[in-house]
Design a protein around this ligand. Structure first.
Ligand code: NOJ
Length: 766
């Protein structure tokens, strides 16, 4: 049924007074009366719903080989489906919504999708977005994603991913925003704001579904889906705040994680979904299981069978069940047997209906399908290339720049070599399903645009992203994502060397295939592949300046690369405009300002490594080394590149810290002030960071915790004074009884350009 027909029904029913509660008992569409409140509407609607219709609302499914569209259309028309995911074009969505309008109560479906770092226009992966430390840019990327996704008819995204991750072996660190709870909370709120705008009643918005609740990033050994065992203090202090920040910013949905927490899978975790989420945090939105998670309770070993898995999930508070039919199959009999109550089902159904109300779907089920359908879903005119380029370059991090080899000059001959230099699929990154690889700009294309008519650009692939047949099979399991040059690797390297020999400088584009930094892509080795190392060794042997452009979705072990390369630029997977954005940075049209939000280790053996660790009773002091201290005998303790690190083409200095007072009283604030100066020859931006440390508290506190930052643009020679207010609230933490409070005593203040390179001061909280 089309939008007009719905409005006609509404108007007609108004004329006849059909909206009185009594008459609503008749079959008819679920349409709110003018002025009717959300609660009243949902209450009345639920009075008209059968048990099967209520349970139907809890079903979140997709079309697939096991679930063909004609079958789904029938199910929807029978009122047994609440929402559909993975249908991503308007005609498909319209067909499905039409089927819902054929159902008895015409309750609209909502449509969900993984709009993770862009939709038609692909922005950098989460780690790249976060590395910009630019909340306005991050919000803008989410706003554009919402605009494009809502134009396709989508209502909800399974995003943002705010799982704190300290283990780069986990492939999904790429999706999140790094290791720091404070910064990730800011990013989480910025993304939700971008998706939901001033409210979901506004056009061009989509509902945010924050995930994966909770602690999904802390799986043992960095292995995806693995067990999480964590102290309450660490949870509350370091892992939970970003979910809460997304919820406080208004996220309308929460996706429940696949892992267990201290033995209880999140999907069956009453403490998590009720006591914490609803009780302590006051969340009133909808909860979604992750894909197949209800059934997985059997393998987790907490449910003997499907029936018990359903009982545990609904009782824990999982409203919608993603992609299996177990709720429909078992909820009726569980209710009949008195093992669950009517209110268990009603509460879940109410949450789903409320989300649909918030999306404006009861007023107009076709609200997101207004206007003409795009003639071509993949039309170039739908893309937001300028914004994608701007955001992508903001997130790039300059890791090394010996003798200012960068920026490159547009002159002479430049050799671009490497398996990632011309890969359209890889530059977009994982979770970019609605993005089209043919629209992505590779580095080769970007450098061609940048050098045309000025410098000679030569290209050779030089190596496959890997030659390991098992890994190639893994990467190409569903699509041929990785093109493999079948020639002998030595021949491929020799060809690249011929190219390299003709050049004044070599740019090597190396790293990971996007499929290596995705769901189900944990790995034990953080080096780039052997094939690429062989290539780099050969390139290094030419003696030419060697610039590495890295594309990857996790902190890698770059200790060897750091030794051989003249410059290293971390570009992540930078999206549709990646190639242009990287060229902007390489040629100095943009001065890099990104800063790492996840520590880069010296080796996989240091993992987990993160800047905000506790001190131990025997901390290692590299100025006074002592055997019986907390250290490795075969490696330095510190990281290769610390949290907050990133260079610029200019230099900055930070003055000593001036505190407005050496004492802070509760209810007051003091100011920490530094002067930041651009001491180099180019204009540039940097991120000045404030860290605090509680010197002696009732429990050990991290050596440093980020509590503020400013991103500043300074002209050559220019100075700016940066002031950070410090309030008693900034000093609070969860103590051993989970009381969130500050404790009087001494505090260190650190301000600098990364978490290692800091100035220090001290004050006392009275
Ligand atoms: C499973 C993933 O864990 C989740 O992040 C994603 O949103 C769903 N699949 C749907 O694609």
């Amino acid at each position: 049924m089309k939008r007009n027909a719905i409005s006609q029904i509404c108007w007609f029913s108004l004329l006849l007074g059909l909206n009185s509660p009594y008459l609503l008992a008749a079959e008819g569409p679920a349409v709110p009366a003018p002025g009717q409140s959300k609660d009243a509407f949902i209450r009345e609607l639920m009075q008209r719903m059968t048990l099967d219709e209520k349970i139907g609302q809890l079903r979140l499914v997709s079309v697939g080989p096991d679930h063909p569209k004609p079958v789904l259309l029938e199910e929807i028309a029978a009122g047994t489906t609440g929402a559909v995911f993975n249908t991503v074009v308007r005609p498909g969505i319209r067909d499905l919504q039409d089927a819902a309008m054929r159902s008895r109560l015409k309750i609209p479906l909502f449509f969900a999708y993984d709009v993770v770092h862009g939709h038609r226009t692909v922005f950098p992966i989460g780690l790249g977005l976060a590395a910009s430390w630019d909340m306005a840019a991050i919000t803008e990327s989410a706003r554009i994603s919402a605009l494009e996704a809502s134009a396709d008819g989508l209502n909800l995204t399974y995003s943002p991913t705010v799982d704190i991750a300290r283990d780069p072996r986990w492939g999904r660190v790429s999706e999140g925003f790094g290791e720091d709870a404070w910064l990730t909370s800011k990013v989480a709120a910025a993304v939700v704001k971008g998706y939901q705008g001033k409210g979901l009643d506004q056009p061009q918005t989509i509902m945010a579904g924050v995930k994966h609740f909770a602690l999904y990033g802390a799986g043992e050994g960095g292995r995806d889906y693995n067990t999480v065992d964590m102290s309450p203090q660490r949870m509350y202090q370091d892992y939970l705040p970003p979910y809460r920040a997304a919820i406080d910013a208004g996220a309308g949905a929460v996706m429940v994680s696949l892992n267990s927490i201290n033995g209880v899978p999140a999907t069956a975790n009453k403490w998590l979904l009720q006591d914490l989420l609803r009780g302590q945090w006051g969340y009133r939105g909808m909860t979604l299981s992750d894909h197949g998670a209800v059934k997985e309770l059997i393998k987790h070993g907490v449910a003997a069978d499907e029936r018990q898995a359903v009982k545990l999930s609904i009782k824990a508070g999982v409203d919608m069940n993603m992609n299996d039919d177990l709720y429909g199959k078992h909820l009726p009999e569980l209710l009949k047997a008195g093992e669950i109550s009517q209110s268990d089902i009603d509460n879940a159904c109410r949450d789903v209906l409320a989300a649909k109300w918030d999306m404006g779907l009861f007023k107009d089920p076709y609200r997101y399908l207004q206007g003409a359908d795009p003639v071509d879903t993949d039309a170039e005119s739908r893309l937001h290339r300028d914004a994608a380029r701007e955001v992508a370059r903001k997130g790039m991090v300059l890791l090394k720049n010996k003798d200012d080899v960068l920026p490159l000059k547009r002159e002479g001959t430049i050799a671009l070599i490497g398996p990632l230099a011309d890969s359209k699929r890889d530059v977009m990154g994982s979770w970019s399903a609605a993005g089209k690889a043919f629209q992505a700009v590779t580095l080769l294309e970007g450098m061609r645009h940048a050098t045309r008519g000025k410098a000679q650009l030569l290209y050779a692939k030089g190596a496959n992203v890997t030659n390991n047949p098992d890994i190639i099979k893994y990467l190409n399991e569903y699509n041929t994502d990785v093109d493999i040059d079948p020639r002998d690797p030595k021949v491929v390297i020799a060809e690249a060397l011929e190219v390299a020999k003709k050049a004044d400088v070599i740019v090597a584009a190396v790293g990971e295939a996007q499929g290596m930094a995705h769901e189900a892509s944990s790995k034990t080795n953080l080096h780039i592949s052997f094939s690429q190392i062989e290539l780099l060794k050969a390139l290094k042997a030419t003696g030419k300046p060697l610039v590495l452009v890295l594309m990857n979705g996790r902190p890698l072990d770059l200790s060897w690369e750091d030794g051989i390369a003249d410059a290293i630029l971390e570009t992540w997977f930078s999206g549709t405009e990646g190639g242009n954005a990287i060229a902007d940075v390489l040629f100095g049209d943009y001065n890099p300002s990104g800063k790492l939000t996840m520590t880069f280790p010296r080796s996989v053996g240091q993992v987990p490594i993160y800047y905000n660790h506790l001190n131990t009773g025997r901390p290692f002091d590299h100025e006074h080394p002592n055997k019986y201290t907390s250290r490795y005998f075969d490696s330095a303790n510190g990281p290769q590149y610390p949290f907050g690190y990133g260079l610029s083409y200019t230099r900055f200095s930070v003055s000593d810290i001036q505190l407005s007072s050496a004492k802070l009283r509760k209810g007051d604030s003091l100011t920490a002030k530094v002067t930041v100066k651009n001491t180099g020859k180019r204009a540039g931006e940097t991120v000045v960071q404030l860290y605090l440390h509680d010197v002696a508290a009732s429990i050990s506190r991290p050596v440093k915790e980020l509590k503020g930052y400013r991103k500043l643009m300074l002209k050559p020679g220019e100075s700016k004074v940066v002031e950070f207010p410090i309030r008693e609230e900034d000093l609070r933490f969860y103590d051993s009884s989970l009381r969130y409070a500050s404790e009087p005593g001494d505090f260190k203040v650190y301000i600098g350009l990364d978490s290692d390179d800091v100035k220090e001061q001290q004050f006392t909280l009275l």
